[in-house]
Design a protein around this ligand. Structure first.
Ligand code: CTP
Length: 218
C-alpha cells in the first residue's frame, strides 16, 4: 500500500457534506461521512504530497501531515478551495449541497401555517469552477453518486464539468456507499474506465492516487 511518491505535489481535497443553514437551529445536510476524502488526503500525505483538506462538518480526526480547513456551507467550501489554489491536483470528494435556502432566517422559524415552502437557490459548483479556473490544477477529479445509469451520468459530468476523471460510486455493491468503510468505484475518463475495489476506503484511496498518476498529462 505504498505507491509512487507524490513529493513536491500540492493536492487539494474536499470531503464530507455541507450544511446549509435554514435558521439558527436548522439546516439542510446529507449523509456523507467524509471517510473517502479523508482517506485520499491521508494517502496523499503519506506519499509526501503537500495536502490541503477542506472539510465539511464531519467527526473525523485530521490525518497526519495534512493542513485541514473546516467549513460548513457550500459557499464557504468554495472560498476555501479557491483560496487553496494553485495546486497540482483537485479531488472533489465532498457531497456539496446543490441547493441552499435563499435566505437564512435570523431567528428560529416558528410553526404557524399547515404548509411551509422553503425557497432554495443553486449553490456554486466548486468542481466546475476549479476546472475552468485560471489556476486550474493539472488534474481535476470529481466524484459522482449515482443510483442508476452510472456510466451515462458519470460521462455526462466528465464533459459538462470539464474534469479529467470522475470516480463514480458503484451503488448496489454490498458494503459500499456513504457511511461504509468500504467502497467500490468506477473511474471514468475520456476514452476509458477502470473499476476499483470493492475495498476499504483507505486502499481505494491509494488505487485512485495511482490512477491519477497514470492519467497525468504528459
Ligand atoms: N460538486 C461541487 N459543487 C457543487 C455540487 C457538486 O463541487 N455545488 C462536485 C462534488 O464534489 C462531486 C461532483 O461535483 O465531485 C459531483 O456531484 P453530484 O452532486 O453528483 O453532481 P451534480 O452535478 O450535482 O449532478 P446531480 O446532483 O444532478 O447528479
Amino acid at each position: 500500500m505504498s505507491g509512487a511518491s507524490l513529493a513536491g505535489r500540492r493536492i487539494v481535497v474536499s470531503a464530507g457534506p455541507t450544511f446549509e443553514d435554514i435558521d439558527p437551529v436548522r439546516f439542510i445536510g446529507n449523509r456523507s461521512s467524509g471517510k473517502m476524502g479523508f482517506a485520499v488526503a491521508e494517502a496523499a500525505a503519506r506519499r509526501g504530497a503537500q495536502v490541503v483538506l477542506v472539510a465539511g462538518p464531519v467527526s473525523l480526526h485530521t490525518p497526519q501531515g495534512v493542513e485541514r480547513v473546516d467549513v460548513r456551507s457550500a459557499r464557504q467550501m468554495r472560498e476555501a478551495v479557491i483560496a487553496a489554489l494553485p495546486a497540482d491536483v483537485y479531488i472533489g470528494a465532498a457531497a456539496v449541497a446543490d441547493y441552499a435556502p435563499a435566505v437564512i432566517a435570523p431567528g428560529k422559524i416558528k410553526k404557524k401555517e399547515e404548509q411551509l415552502t422553503l425557497a432554495l437557490v443553486r449553490t456554486p459548483d466548486i468542481l466546475a469552477e476549479v476546472a475552468v479556473h485560471e489556476r486550474r490544477p493539472a488534474m481535476v477529479v470529481g466524484f459522482a453518486a449515482e443510483t442508476h445509469d452510472v456510466e451515462f451520468y458519470a460521462r455526462g459530468k466528465l464533459e459538462k464539468k470539464r474534469v479529467d476523471l470522475i470516480a463514480a460510486n458503484r451503488v448496489g455493491v454490498s458494503g459500499s456507499g456513504f457511511e461504509s468503510d468500504d467502497n467500490a468505484l468506477t473511474v471514468y475518463w475520456a476514452g476509458g474506465a477502470r473499476a476499483l475495489g470493492p475495498a476499504p476506503k483507505t486502499e481505494l484511496a491509494d488505487q485512485l492516487l495511482d490512477l491519477i498518476l497514470t492519467r497525468w498529462p504528459a
